[in-house]
Design a protein around this ligand. Sequence first.
Ligand code: SAM
Length: 291
Amino acid sequence: EYREIATPSRTKEILAKHGFTFKKSLGQNFLTDPNILRKIVEAAEIDTHTNAVEVGPGIGALTEHLAQNAHQVLAFEIDDRLIPVLADTLSPYDNVTVIHQDILKVDVATVFKEQFKEELPIKVVANLPYYITTPIMMHFLESKANVAEMVVMMQKEVADRISAKPGTKAYGSLSIAVQYHMHAEVAFIVPKTVFVPQPNVDSAILKLTRRETPAVEVTDEKAFFKLTKAGFLQRRKTLWNNLQSYYGKDEATKAWLQKSLDEAQIDPSRRGETLSLEEFARLSNTMEALK
Ligand code: SAM
């Protein structure tokens, strides 16, 4: 008889059968709520015309739902102890491939090309290991792999920062780095109680959808992202102070910064957190032009 992996009782059985103990250092908090899993797959709109990618399948709770809905599933798991467990729990599904690797060391664009049999939209769906949420997000965004969508569980606080709007406390260079490529929204909040073991923080499902073109037009992406970092160097300081601290306080640099701010019509006494993506882009393009 069929009993899904994510029920608390089956999870307990699987863990006992394989003598598995959690490693906190790998961010192992497993989902044991079939309803939440259904909601995640629904939010990601996974169907047979989708290739799904999962980071950290654990014992396969979410993987199973992806396998039942997607065309093909590729799951990357770092913990060697989980490989035989997954071979066992996912044996009913012939459209899942588990790759035993640290996701941050994978050239995802190449592996997707090798592994996916059909060229379909790729969606990343995962309950992320929280100790490396941001590096994993950036790894996918900066790769050549054309990820259409990411529906990922993370600390609520990080989800808020990524989806933050200008002028809010949570808004920063991370919001800009992600929103440049993707449209970001919090899909729903997840209580601690649905995990074993329970994490210390609240979680949220963040939904990122790729923009057809980047949110703003910049002449030099590297320079733009540098500027957004500079703008938030010290949140309480003005743009003028932060830019000088970052680019240099010598007369030539100060003159360049002054002229750029002036031409881009950005008030130097503003704080970075008040600048929109458009304003950061305009300032960056002006700085590059005046260099
Ligand atoms: N997907 C499962 C679930 O929802 O029940 C497990 C999620 S758990 C929060 C995170 C998973 O990511 C663990 O299985 C952990 O071993 C794995 N993991 C941690 N670091 C990883 C890395 N660098 N690359 C791939 N997997 C990783």
